[in-house]
Design a protein around this ligand. Structure first.
Ligand SMILES: Cc1cc2nc3c(=O)[nH]c(=O)nc-3n(C[C@H](O)[C@H](O)[C@H](O)COP(=O)(O)O)c2cc1C
Length: 287
């Protein structure tokens, strides 16, 4: 990437207006080459990502999957086929977000579209096999001049807003907010997690620091997605697990850029969780 990750994370926003201008062939090629090399997420499950040109029937595929944003003139979509596996949705979220940051570096605007596209035209275009599924797609195109300012959906969804750091990051256990000024470069890393996109901007990620470990939790929004009976009934993808993968992506890439090493480990600490909607995902062990 040409620009620093921390800069790309700050630049990215959900772009829902594009000019009618096809993505340059060279740019498409660069993006597809990148998609071809990122196939395995931090938990080891496989995702195939492909850039497909936008077609007339895509609008049809987007209907009825609860996509609340109307994307104007998308020129293409990044579609992913996810294989079964433990924490595969987190892997998918991680890889799709990595692709989005790369697209941002190429000057493209993107918007996550979560739902379940396994039976849609998108799935056909990426030739999904029986075991694979398509939990989300990302629309892509150049950024319309007025895109950011005039995007009423962004304002409505509170896209420019984020929860304060003390509601997201904790010290030792969930009762104690983390003193950010004492965290050195980790303050920036956590800020990068905070600016991550999330479904309906619910920001379900919570992180508890214990010594050199950063424990990631998903605090589900009650009644939202899979937590609610409606979500289960409709079989919608568990989008908040995608959000966790996005948080992991922002954390790890920012840490790498700041020269901090570490690794992912699944070992749930004996910590009291704030409510029944909160579940452990993974820990980053620094060092
Ligand atoms: C998993 C996921 C699914 C999303 N699905 C949609 C969607 O269906 N329609 C839409 O317009 N935006 C969707 N978004 C975009 C969010 O609304 C957006 O990221 C959030 O409001 C924060 O705004 P920002 O991306 O501009 O920072 C989705 C985001 C994520 C991470």
């Amino acid at each position: 990437m040409n620009q620093p990750i921390t800069e790309l994370i700050r630049q990215r926003f959900s772009c829902r207006r594009h000019p009618v201008q096809p993505i340059a062939a060279e740019t498409q090629q660069k993006l597809q080459e990148f998609l071809d090399i990122i196939q395995t997420g931090p938990f080891g499950s496989r995702t195939r990502l492909a850039l497909i040109a936008a077609g007339e029937q895509d609008r049809q595929s987007l209907k009825g999957v609860g996509t609340y944003g109307f994307i104007k003139n998308p020129q293409g979509y990044i579609v992913g086929a996810m294989s079964p596996g433990d924490r595969n949705l987190e892997d998918f979220g991680y890889l799709m977000e990595f692709a989005i940051l790369f697209a941002t570096d190429l000057g493209l605007g993107t918007c996550w579209l979560g739902g379940s596209f396994t039976k849609s035209g998108f799935a056909k275009k990426i030739a999904v096999t029986g075991a694979e599924s398509v939990p989300a797609v990302t629309s892509v195109g150049y950024i319309a001049d007025d895109s950011k300012a005039a995007d009423w959906i962004r304002r409505r969804a509170g896209g420019a807003m984020r929860l304060p750091m003390e509601k997201l990051f904790f010290d030792g256990d969930f009762s104690q907010p983390l003193q950010l000024t004492e965290q050195g470069p980790y303050e920036t890393i956590l800020e990068m997690v905070r600016w991550g996109p999330s479904a309906s901007n619910k920001q379900p990620w919570r992180i508890v620091k214990q010594d050199n470990a950063w424990h990631f939790y998903l605090q589900r929004t009650p009644g939202y997605g899979q937590d609610g009976w409606l979500g289960k009934l409709l079989g919608v993808a568990d989008v908040q697990r995608l959000d966790m993968g996005i948080a992991m992506c922002h954390f790890e890439l920012s840490a790498m850029e700041l020269g901090l090493s570490g690794k992912w480990s699944v070992a749930e600490p004996a910590l009291e969780k704030p409510d029944k909607h909160t579940e452990y995902t993974v820990s980053w062990l620094a060092g």
